[in-house]
Design a protein around this ligand. Structure first.
Ligand code: IMP
Length: 195
């Protein structure tokens, strides 16, 4: 691409990833279109309110950046980083806060922005932790959810897409810290896991 070309968010050159990508489940333009829809809904729901977006690092960094730009609200942003113990592709539910919020959230409208809800254990822990701080409201946006996360106690008010119960990468999601900068949601070739 030359410097004069109009860049679309969907234009990340995938050849950089060689043969690692098996299939693209959700492409870049589909993600952007869905985020615009969700942002319009959130803009309506919080009209006249002050909203604090809480992004869960690292996976939610792309959703946060794009969603925040589509919102027609004066939002503030903050981030938490959590680590959940487990294998490289499954969480165990034992969560540790690596980076906490910078400000008190008591009395604030909070929207937690998550990349993916898989078992839901990380989100369950986060919601319990944040609810104890006395926010005025506490809602969740998750770009992706897997069928196994369909638990009634997990209130994901704004959901982007449902993906099958397979490990996915891209748009913030990693495998061994790689593939976060893909513009789409993809599955990896089996050879990637055995190398
Ligand atoms: P949960 O606690 O099982 O819901 O998993 C939550 C976290 O695990 C997510 O925020 C992701 O960081 C990570 N994770 C779960 N499923 C996937 C996946 O398919 N690809 C990449 N990361 C995932």
């Amino acid at each position: 691409m030359t410097s004069g070309d109009a860049a679309e968010p969907g234009d990340v050159p995938r050849p950089a990833f060689g043969d690692d990508i098996e299939s693209v489940l959700i492409d870049g333009p589909q993600i952007q279109a869905r985020l615009r829809e969700l942002a319009a809904q959130i803009t309506d729901d919080y009209a006249g309110e002050r909203l604090l977006l809480v992004g869960v690092l690292k996976g939610a960094f792309m959703v946060m950046a794009d969603l925040a730009r589509y919102l027609e609200l004066p939002v503030e942003v903050d981030f938490m980083a959590v680590s959940s113990y487990g294998s490289s592709t499954k969480t165990s539910g034992v969560v540790r806060i690596l980076k906490d919020l910078e400000r008190d959230i008591a009395g604030r409208h909070i929207l937690v922005v998550e990349d993916i809800v898989d078992s839901g254990l990380t989100l369950k822990y986060l919601l319990r932790n944040l609810a104890a701080r006395g926010p005025k409201s506490l809602e969740v946006l998750a770009l992706l959810a897997k069928p196994s996360s369909a638990r009634p106690e997990l209130r994901v008010r704004y959901q982007g897409f449902e993906v099958p119960d397979v490990f996915v990468v891209g748009y913030g999601l990693d495998y061994a810290e790689r593939y976060r900068n893909l513009d789409c949601i993809a599955t990896l070739a089996p050879a990637v896991y055995s190398s």
